[in-house]
Design a protein around this ligand. Structure first.
Ligand code: GLV
Ligand code: MN
Ligand code: MN
Ligand code: MN
Length: 412
């Protein structure tokens, strides 16, 4: 294990964990063997650095650098600065979305110590579960629970792909699902949260800069579309007699593209389609698909979804199918705390401010505590794919920027 301010070396240590031979890249869904192994890896590094590792009721890991006299009294820590990110991934993702923020946080702790910084308040490195929502469907699930932005009863019942509930899966993984839910006492002890993240677009490439501050996250949401038809034989069933949900799904996907293109700078994606039962010579009985829609304007997002829903309903009627559209999650446009950003900008005078179309735990927490983000240049401009990356010098620049910001927040 490396303990010397090198996030590149830390990331190299986890390159073998959660490799997905079939899809390529990494699949590290929450509570999977890979994600649990990454938690152990993180805890070992935190412990080695003398940080006190705590697992809270929401499955969030907190590694505390406590300051005698300034923290850890009977009712908890006060005025803490928190940094960190997540270790779960999308299916077939890269090694940087999430882990870069965690590795950089550990490396920033090393750097602060090398610099002899004496914090006046506690620092924690946090690891959030199910940021991607790739197992239970709701992105930023850990931070939503912490912030009280999702009903714990609903979360306990959420099924994964195999139909197993969050409650069952989490308890098998050693978590107590009865403990999940809002934690205002913990939030009251946090003065600021700063998440470092690999950039997921081309902003820093275009600007020729290694590191940026985050401005805003555009509104985004997920909708589950279920289309039910009638399963039958591909050869024996006349075309006129079919109630084929795949034909309706095709219309949903085509209309999502059309309605998204009609709104300047909107994003609409269907990245997951499940055809039941899924045989080449079988007319399907049902299709499940998921729409991801994003735009700066919340109204524009809702309008795209309602237009696509209406078109899908029409197509379903024509085909003799039945459609239900359910909102899984919705996050309005958020702007990060302007006072915290000004302060970060005083420290990182050259860093540009970039908005993003990607969601983050920092975006959820921005609703309840002062929150900021740093982005590190990604030379491919691509993310949620194995090609997502960051150059070693940029990773180091990111760690230095994070340490500079943390030093300011911890000592002023
Ligand atoms: C998560 O990374 C998201 O933006 O969907
Ligand atoms: Mn992420
Ligand atoms: Mn992601
Ligand atoms: Mn994200």
């Amino acid at each position: 294990m490396s303990t010397h301010a090198d996030a590149n070396a830390l990331l190299a240590e986890i390159e073998g964990i959660g490799v997905d031979e079939k899809r390529g890249g990494y699949s590290r869904p929450v509570f999977s063997a890979a994600e649990l192994e990454l938690r152990v890896w993180f805890s070992a590094h935190a412990t080695e650095r003398g940080l006190a590792v705590e697992k809270d009721g929401n499955g969030i890991l907190w590694a505390w650098w406590d300051v005698p006299g300034a923290s850890a009294d009977a009712d908890g820590r006060h005025g803490a600065i928190v940094t960190g990110s997540h270790l779960d991934s999308v299916p077939g993702g890269g090694n940087f979305d999430g882990p870069l923020g965690v590795a950089s946080a550990l490396a920033a702790v090393d750097l602060l110590r090398d610099r002899g910084v004496q914090p006046a308040r506690p620092l924690a490195v946090a690891v959030f579960p199910e940021e991607e929502g790739s197992r239970f469907g709701i992105a930023c699930l850990g931070s939503r629970l912490l912030a009280g932005a999702v009903d714990p009863e609903r979360v306990r019942a959420l099924p994964d792909e195999t139909g197993r509930s969050f409650a069952d899966v989490s308890s098998d993984a050693g978590f107590d699902p009865s403990l999940i839910g809002a934690d205002p006492g913990r939030l009251a002890g946090i003065a600021a949260f700063v998440e470092l993240h690999v950039e997921q677009g081309r902003g820093l490439i275009d600007l020729g800069q290694p590191v940026a501050l985050a401005g805003a996250i555009i509104a985004h949401g997920r909708w589950h579309v279920r289309i039910e038809g009638r399963g039958d034989h591909a050869g024996a069933t006349r075309m006129a007699d079919r109630q084929d949900p795949v034909v309706v799904a095709a219309e949903t996907i085509r209309r999502l593209r059309e309605h998204t293109l009609a709104v300047d700078d909107a994003r609409g994606t269907v990245g997951r389609v499940l055809v039941t039962p899924g045989g080449t010579n079988v007319i399907a009985s049902a299709v499940d698909l998921w729409m991801d829609v994003r735009h700066r304007s919340e109204e524009a997002v809702q309008r795209i979804v309602s237009d696509v829903t209406a078109a899908t309903q029409c197509a379903a009627e024509d085909e003799g199918c039945v459609v239900t559209v359910t909102e899984q999650s919705f996050s309005p446009t958020i702007s990060f705390d302007p006072a915290l950003r000004d302060r970060m900008q005083e420290v990182l005078t050259d860093a540009p401010v970039l908005d993003t179309g990607a969601g983050h735990d920092a975006g959820i927490l921005a609703d309840v505590i002062p929150t900021g983000m740093l982005f590190v240049r990604n030379p491919t401009g691509a993310s949620h794919t194995p090609v997502e990356t960051a150059g070693p010098e940029d990773v180091t620049a990111g760690v230095e920027a994070l340490a500079d910001v943390l030093e300011d927040l911890l000592t002023r």
